[in-house]
Write a protein that binds this ligand. Structure first.
Ligand code: BG6
Length: 475
């Protein structure tokens, strides 16, 4: 028996994002964001990849972000629920267009500031630390339309003005910050991940890596600013994590997995080490990318993050020749089905040991504290006749991942905390569905937007409460 104990100050909690939960997309002076133009259903995928620029709202489509789960009006009820579970930390994001409606105003919108201040004060009332992402995939549509979003260097200054307002206005309320959610997702979902819509015939890799360079500069400058405002501020990068396994021990497959790891870790290599990695030169050459930098950029990138946060849902499996293997359809990142693993209803492989592997690899590489800021199971929940929701599958998933996380810590990995995605059911980022539920709290809302939005505790609610109460001893 191991005598491992989680540290006393371990940050147990859960996570949501503004654009998947708040709704109220036109209230309090909020402007439209790229996520607000993502319809529900099949068309979502076309718009998300940036192949079909779709800036105009079409009345015929249903847009799930517009009402979300109405967190905007119900945040007190929701925070009371997470407080009941004993959360130490609550991760959410700030909607950029709630503070800067078009993105390029000089002054922030007071109603937006007030809303977030109230949310953070409500957390503090229960002794919950907010962990706040400045940009969780969303960009004001004003910036998308006027500047082409992050492809334009001007957006760095506009983002910094936004970040500056956040650090100033929420000083003393928020000390844990993440700059950009799943920064590597820009490679796979440029529009929904960063508001990038491609033009006919352009070199997509050039645009994507140039936009990513601007994001990296913005992230480094925001990190510097956060430290200037308050040396106690801790800033993290955020990776869509999950190691790439080689399909076999054929060196060709192993080499493919090495390349995919590099592609995936590329951006956080910069954020953590403060410089482009040595393999960047070849990667850019192969993709015909000619990065345009300004004097001083390399110096700016030296403002590195304090910790490395990541999401973990699944590992990925790759082969030199993917064509003769069964594709793993559920994953946004192209991969093949791992024959050793079961999958969720959405085709995401379930691999708790993969979490231990990922944690060891990230810690070996960066030697900075890690923070698991997303982990969870998207599943369809049924309400029993007596009103209970018996989500044992979710408990099993989380238990096995917490066990793996414990083992990784015994391996020597330093971990600050763990926030389950998502503590309350919210709109799915990839599909726009409500039926892909992750929460400890069920929200009465269907894929078509019907439902009362009533909240109801699931079986996992009491289970996670016990996990936190026992500081991870009773899982
Ligand atoms: C991460 C995102 O990619 O995965 C979240 O940061 C997202 O926003 C989560 O919700 C789960 O993905 P999905 O598509 O099931 O909502």
């Amino acid at each position: 028996m191991s005598d491992f104990q989680f540290p006393k100050d371990f940050l147990w909690g859960g996570a949501i994002s503004a654009n998947q939960a708040e709704g109220a997309f036109r209230e309090g002076g909020r402007g439209l964001s790229n996520i607000d133009v993502l319809p529900h259903g099949v068309r979502r995928l076309e718009v998300k990849t940036g192949n079909v620029p779709h800036p105009e709202l079409q009345k015929v489509e249903y847009y799930p972000s517009h009402e979300g789960i109405d967190f905007y009006h119900r945040y007190k009820e929701d925070i009371a629920l997470i407080a009941e579970m004993g959360f130490k930390v609550f991760r959410t994001s700030i909607s950029w267009s709630r503070l800067f409606s078009n993105g390029d105003e000089e002054q922030p919108n007071q109603a937006g500031i007030d809303f977030y201040r109230n949310v953070f004060l409500e957390c503090k009332k229960y002794g919950i630390e907010p962990l706040v992402t400045l940009c969780h995939f969303d960009a004001p549509m004003g910036l998308v339309e006027k500047y082409g979003s992050w492809r334009n260097r001007k957006v760095i200054d506009l983002f910094l003005n936004y970040a500056d307002s956040c650090f100033k206005e929420f000083s003393g309320l928020v000390k844990y910050w993440l700059t950009f959610n799943e920064i590597n997702i820009i490679l796979h979902s440029p529009f929904s991940g960063a508001g990038i819509a491609f033009q006919e015939g352009e070199n997509k890799a050039q645009t994507t890596y140039q936009a990513a360079h601007h994001i990296l500069i913005a992230s480094a400058l925001a990190t510097k600013l956060a430290h200037e405002y308050d040396p106690g501020n801790q800033v993290g990068c955020m990776l869509a994590g999950g190691s790439f396994y080689p399909y076999s021990c054929n060196p060709e497959d192993v080499w493919e997995s090495v390349k995919k790891e590099q592609e995936n870790l590329f951006f956080i290599d910069v954020q953590v080490r403060g410089a482009y990695p040595s393999y960047a030169r070849k990667l850019f050459r192969d993709k015909e990318v000619n990065l345009i930098m300004e004097d001083g950029d390399l110096e700016i990138l030296k403002n590195t993050v304090d910790f490395v946060s990541f999401s973990y849902y699944a590992s990925r499996c790759v082969a030199a020749d993917m064509n003769d293997k069964t594709a793993n359809e559920g994953n946004i990142i192209r991969s093949v089905k791992n024959p050793y693993l079961q999958t969720s209803e959405w085709g995401w492989s379930i691999d708790p040991l993969g979490l231990r592997i990922t944690m060891n690899q990230l810690y070996d590489r960066y030697q900075k504290p890690l923070f698991i800021v997303e982990n969870g199971l998207g599943a369809k929940d049924e309400i029993e006749q007596d009103g209970r929701i018996l989500d044992d599958y979710r408990i099993d998933y989380l238990r096995s991942h917490i066990q793996a996380m414990k083992e990784a810590m015994e391996d020597g990995v330093e971990l600050m905390g763990y926030t389950v995605w998502s503590c309350i059911d919210i709109v799915s980022a990839s599909t726009g569905e409500m039926s892909k539920r992750y929460g400890f709290v069920y929200v009465d809302r269907a894929d078509d937007g019907s439902g009362t939005l009533h909240r109801r505790k699931k079986k996992s609610f009491d289970w996670y409460k016990k996990v936190i109460e026992s500081n991870g001893n009773d899982i």
